[in-house]
Design a protein around this ligand. Structure first.
Ligand SMILES: [Zn+2]
Length: 84
């Protein structure tokens, strides 16, 4: 048994959201991180919406917190049905 590779600690495995579903969105894979002007890194994921609109990148934190659950089509539908 070897000691744990110290490099493992440096490179904590990021949460792999590939294949997971968040509302209408299915995660296709990871894309380049978003770096804010202040230098904060945010993981971004490429997601495909059930409505068939083109895949787009969203922040991992938005997926986890439930802020982003569709490409925007869901909000549009809700608005439409309320208006009727
Ligand atoms: Zn959609």
């Amino acid at each position: 048994m070897a000691f744990d590779d110290p490099n493992d600690d440096m490179m904590r495995k990021p949460v792999d959201r590939t294949g997971r579903k968040y509302g209408r969105l299915t995660v296709l894979g990871r894309v380049e991180d978003y770096v804010s002007p202040a230098g904060h890194r945010q993981r971004r994921w490429l997601v495909q919406c059930e409505c068939g609109s083109p895949a787009k990148a969203v922040m991992g934190s938005n997926l986890q917190s439930g802020v982003t659950r569709s490409c925007g089509c869901y909000a549009t539908e809700v608005k439409r049905s309320k208006r009727r």
